[in-house]
Design a protein around this ligand. Sequence first.
Ligand code: DUC
Ligand code: ZN
Ligand code: ZN
Length: 474
Amino acid sequence: MAYDLIIANGTIATASDVFSCDIGIRDGVIVALGHDLGEAAETIDASGKLVLPGGIDSHVHIAQPSGDGIVMADDFASGTLSAAFGGNTTVMPFCMQEKGTSLRETVKDYHKLSEGRCYTDVSFHLVISEPTEQVLGQDLPALIEDGYTSFKVFMTYDGLALNDRQMLEVMSVARETGALVMVHAENDDAIRFLTDRLERGGQIAPKFHGTSRPIPVEREATHRAISLAELVDVPVMIVHVSNREAMEEIQRARSRGLKVYGETCPQYLVLTETDMDGLNMEGAKYVCSPPPRDTASQIACWEGLANGTFNVFSSDHCPFRYDDPAGKLTPKGRTSFRWVPNGIPGVETRLPILFSEGVGKGRITLNQFVALSSTNHARTYGLTKKGSIAIGMDADIAIWDPQRQVTISQSLLHHGSDYTPYEGIAVTGWPVTTILRGQVVIRDGELAGKPGQGGHVARERSQLARPVGAPPHA
Ligand code: DUC
Ligand code: ZN
Ligand code: ZN
């Protein structure tokens, strides 16, 4: 047989083109694009379907420790299964260094948790919470060399937040080594000040989570992160941007020639602060940071997806169960929104929401959908074999039924959470078949793959991480 698999008769879309041809796959790689390709061990008929690069979700949290008595709802099996059902073939979770622990040991621990369990490929980012001399001088450069070529830093959260000096130190390592820095941009002191004041006034319900982190908190930190990155001349990715004012900081920096990238997420397109109003503790289902804003912010984020302010669209999947003392209904959460675990599930619904609300409603083109859901993630983070349909690329493919109408509901989903914040949203277009390196993981909406089918992918340094000035590592 010339091929292991042919995907025939589909309409293929990449970040730049839409065309009709068959795809020949051998040994997990796309080896032919054309017509009348000949014999294959298996042929999938994609008539009437869209054939797209498998989704890459470059911002997910899986099996992270999340504070006293709080347990994340997904392990690597359920998180990647849910991702695969959502048309994804690669997810990028975080190896989160906890204070007092070695970065290298942290990475080993996450490999142990993930190995043999994954339905999609995974490629880890690092989180630096304690930039000691050992981390800055040895562990971080060595891990970047080993293919962990991006890391996230937090400007807020107890135990995670770096001060400005520490931000500069880790950014300098990124400049020296060619890694890409991702920043969670919220002003920690401002959040603490507002939270203390709200609590003193008895304003403790989940909805005050939004009040404690208003737009200036995000805008100021975005501006500061960009300024710090400018000082050491290093590109920076501002993750989970929720509103126009933070977007304007990115746009202004770019207009001055800085390399600043942006990410937004489904919660900023289809949720608002009022979702956190729910009676009793229902609002906790929507507590995430930055918080969902208002309809004007939603419109701004759509503009940012269409005009290139955002390079990538990620889920920020950070799943907790709702009806669970180890999740959103932690007893402490009733005493204040401060203790409600931050984060919502969304790895399975990210792409249907973007496709239906974006392509279906004419806000973005199909090519932009592919770029924002897959290609740009690969380019941004150095996944050189992924993110497109072209000869020589991994055969990571999602086949979509662009007409299928689905009302999003917890009962349809495969994550470990017991709810979805997107319950009841009607979408048109759904991924029906997911293929990872030539192996079918999901076939016509049914599981066909096995845990362990996916594995860890080491990454190249991203071209987008090159400083504006001459990079020392070039
Ligand atoms: N930041 C994230 O990136 N994810 C979940 C919670 C948070 O604050
Ligand atoms: Zn974050
Ligand atoms: Zn996140």
